[in-house]
Design a binder for this molecule. Sequence first.
Ligand SMILES: Cc1ncc(COP(=O)(O)O)c(C=O)c1O
Length: 477
Amino acid sequence: MPLLAQDAAGVSLQEQVCRQVRAQILQGNLGVGQRLPASRALAMELGVARVTVEAAYARLEAEGYVNRKVGAGTFVAIDVLARFPARPTGGTAIAGPSQRGLSMQRTTLKAEGNAGLRACIPDMRAFPHEIWNALQARILRQAGHNALMEYGDPQGHLPLRQAIAAYLAQSRGVRCHAGQVMILASSQQALQLLALTLLDAGDTAWVEDPGYHGARAALQAAGAVLQAVPLDEEGLAWQGNVKLPSPRMIYVTPSHQYPLGMRMSLARRMALLELARQHKAWIIEDDYDGEYQYDHKPLPALQGLDDAGCVLYVGTFSKVLFPGLRLAYVVAPESLIPALSSARRACDGHSSYLQQAVTADFISQGHFGAHLRRMRLLYRSRRDCLLEAFSPLADQLQLVGFESGLQCAGLLPAGHEALLTPAARAAGTQLRDLRSAHLGPQQVEGWMLGFAGLNHDEIKREAIRLIGTVRKTLVKA
Ligand SMILES: Cc1ncc(COP(=O)(O)O)c(C=O)c1O
């Protein structure tokens, strides 16, 4: 490994070592499983103290780049070719079954087609499978006949609840401790249990319009009467509408409104909390993809601003790890946890303790933070690629809500959605339309456009196809 000698531009020696090793890994020069030089040897080669190299290796391990095995050495932990198959320096496209990284099954799944422009889909190809598998193998080795194999507490695995509480406090401005966190299978299950536990049949629940169909379904299943509330550029816009019935529950997506993508302003957050206080209403804050903020610092979660204990914060690992994991969580006032636990017991007991344990280690060992940082960069570049790729259609398709999340919305002129959606689907484009997100009369037309699950070539191909379909269909109409 070629090496530095001195402190260039004020960058510490430890940071220089980290940067060099990261670069070697990310450029594919050091493959997964490859052993790094022993810290003593590298320190001598660089003319730095051994402790500097040790500290750099420890940091790289926390970031998920390497694994350190006592007595054996330090080994590359990620397979960059499998993670970024379309990297220009990485040669050709996708690793085949005989190459590194992807299992036969995964390769087959991928060959069946990408996610298209479907919204809300993360990139499972970029997931650090090796790290996950290694953590799981270690837990299984250690677990033996222990508690992970028995029935467990419906509230969830304590180490995972602790890891989530620490993460939420640091990254999302949520104020909670592990006793307020409950692990669930999905946000959808969280919405269902919250609605069943807190609502009586006939209670009014306010929902964003357009809004998330999953939330509507969960609230309706609990017997709630849904009240569609319109949106403006600051989020839920109830002010001035005196006819709205008093809410018992209000469902919102403040970080990245589903489906239009605006962020609820701080002033609106404060007003919403005050409204909930006046009506003694619960607020469900669904923070489904709030981790991915590209252009601005995240605003504090509603939960962190709430002094009345009326906000129920829902988060999911579906977008930040992978949806098949089926792990999500709710942060609620501690007094609600027994009722939620008995609702969960009556439903399916609890989520898999093995997967909870792997997730806990993944977070507490620093892999989650490293994964989020990498994905944020990757998705931002894909977002930029999508904006560029659709720019030739700017007169027909106005892109909004792209400052965060895994997708943005493309708004169409009135009357175009009904004409263009069937044509686009017939041409093979997978799209979610905005019509199905409306509860009341349709206010905006267009599509949700997902970019996170596609690499740049795939985004460009999808854009060319959709732009072609739109132009052809409009010429014929
Ligand atoms: C607004 C919103 N909330 C929640 C979810 C789903 O999360 P989960 O897979 O945990 O049910 C989605 C999925 O796309 C979503 O769009």
